[in-house]
Design a binder for this molecule. Sequence first.
Ligand code: NAI
Ligand code: MG
Length: 783
Amino acid sequence: MDYSPAPESPDLAFEWLQKHKAGFGLFINGKWHKPKTAKVFKTVNPASGQKLAAVTEAGKSEVDTAVKAAKLAFPKWNALSGHQRARYLYAIARQIQKHSRLFAVLESLDNGKTIRETRDIDIPLVIRHFYHHAGWAQTLESEFPEHTPLGAVGQIIPWNFPLMLLSWKIAPALAAGNTVVLKPAEFTPLTALLFAEICSQIGLPPGVLNVITGPGETGSLMVKHPDLKKIAFTGSTEIGRLIREQTANSDKKLTLELGGKSPFIVFEDADLDSAIEGLVDAIWFNQGQVCCAGSRLLVQESVAEKVTSRLKTRMAKLRVGDPLDKSMDMGAIIAPIQKKRIQKLVELGQKEGAEIWQWQGKLPEQGCYFPPTLLTNVSPASTVAQTEIFGPVLTSMTFRTPDEAVMLANNSAYGLAASVWSENINQSLHVAPKLKVGVVWINCTNQFDASAGFGGYRESGYGREGGHEGMLEYLKQKNEPSGTYKRLALKSVTKHSKTLNTELDRTAKLYIGAKQTRPDSGYSLPVVNADGSLAGEIGHGNRKDIRNAVEAANKASGWQSVTPHSRAQILYFIAENLETRADEFRNRLMKLTGVSGKQAVLEVETSVKRIFTYAALADKHEGLIHQPPMRGLALALNEPIGVIGIVCPDESPLLGMLSLLLPALAMGNTVVLIPSRPFALAATDFYQVLETSDVPSGVVNIVTGDALELGTVLAKHDDVAGLWVTGTTEECANAKKFSSGNMKIIWTNDGKQLDWFDNQQSEGREWMRRASQVKNVWIPYGE
Ligand code: NAI
Ligand code: MG
């Protein structure tokens, strides 16, 4: 027996389109704008190729008007109480709920995805997101007492989940007290425009939300606009990288949710039938146009044949066709250009040796469709195993051991999500932390919830959407650094000592892999005391030294598996050993920087206290357990970033350096440190403390030399995962720009002067957060 058609009526959506005469302006300051001079473009239904509506393209002047409206609306919106903002978010949720059928149909028409998905997945998640964030608005003052919103923010979203990604962006932004300019994707603007109308119906104050439509150029104008305090982007890694480079020169906050090539790992002891159903949801959900699609099947060799043959049987039964037919599994591809891209990649895969198996059903004659496709015999290095195809194409590979599965899974520039299938929970929970991804689904896939932060590792981007961590992306600390950072001028020796000081014969070496090493260049640089006398010499580190230091830091990755308790013990030991040498450091600081004895003592004492703080926090920056609306839990684990490159400040050379080093170590990261150039001896003295404190080899590496030159090498190094830079505006911009290659998680002082003695600014949980990234591990329970 076959299914008979069960079409959902599109009438409701067409009535709404007709009400607007199928022509839309821009939603700015609570009103519709149709500038006479602006260009228009059409949005079509991918399932038929038919035009749905004409939409306005926002150019420079429209973008300016929208940003101005958001900027002007900010003070009043921010001045409302959390409760008042909560009411608006709550009203939005209710209103979407009321119009959910219209939203579901319109989304399906504009995007080509099935009504089954928009009705049962997208729209319910959108509603849940606004309710959840009404809660964050309500509790903002008590939950985030040290934070304030950013101002007017810009949000750019893609076409694969138009309304869902809109909600992921708008709900936290408004809950935190920001105002918004949002640009939907050019292929799918309609539900965002309907959403704008809903906001105006519930009386959201004008200017709080502005929706402008247009192509990439419109997005680009937003990215470059000086009055937007943040850009939140979801889309391709290519554009994400461009945006990072274009915002490098500003202090705009940036979160990027980019592409993926997520592994779907099936162990031999998995419930294979469930795993196959899981695969259907992983790769054929939304025609595979999902950033976290399980597009790389890794199956244990012993069950590979069984899985492939059962999968083909299941694939043959998939129903592909009219998205408004309620019994369809798969609808249309967004646009011919994407279909061509998918086709080209599949052909390339075949050329590279993959075997193809495709769904044999009949595709509709009109519209943009692509059959469910399986590529087997794919080699891990081939294009189709590495490139995001963003279509209904699954590539399959095999592995023998759990270690090999992990290695293959991590053999990707991306790191968004992974699915792990095994009936052995011990094995799954052993594998989950080893996967370099933001989400791990155990025996499930494509699960989302407003309470659980979503986002990637590596080239899948950074920042999280949803939950507590998602809110923090739209807030900043009240006590932000101010004042302009200035590098100290290098002194030359003006005072020559008459007696030869034997201390001076010693050039402080570099510290790499717990060894004092000579710099590759063979050269040294002078360090001059405040009084103009020569303090000593440091090694002139170069590119090669940085490479060695990064290698040592990567080898020391076992530090992240050391228990937090043991890490804390080692930090306490560092504090103790620093204290033992307090006089030595005091003298060094006085001589080098010229501060008073009292000030030098304060710096050493504050340093010791700061180490204690991070020893204390090492075992307290714990994760959360989310209870999403499923029979299961999502464990939000705080994980280290990996190797962090740190460029230290000049001022307060001991305290400044430790304020950056310690949170990184406490979280389990390993570090390549570039100390202040003029006061580098304060750092090289410190490695004697490290040597006596049981810090494992390679956990801390110190390379002295020119901060800008060495910082640039670190920024460009692909085996460095995080970068923290204190420096001038120009140094910070360079760091952001040069580190876009592998999308390092970056923190800079944005050219501002931090007060290293201020505990609120320079120590505590905010720094532990900077030193970590959240991974959500979803664990369903029950039979
Ligand atoms: P895209 O990254 O170009 O577009 C995403 C959004 O960014 C759209 O709103 C677009 O108008 C805007 N945009 C484009 N250029 C911009 C610029 N220079 N500055 C600011 N905003 C800009 O993605 P596109 O072209 O739609 O798809 C290309 C490929 O990207 C897909 O085949 C897929 O591989 C990947 N992609 C991944 C997504 C994900 O969620 N991971 C979502 C969409 C696309
Ligand atoms: Mg469309």
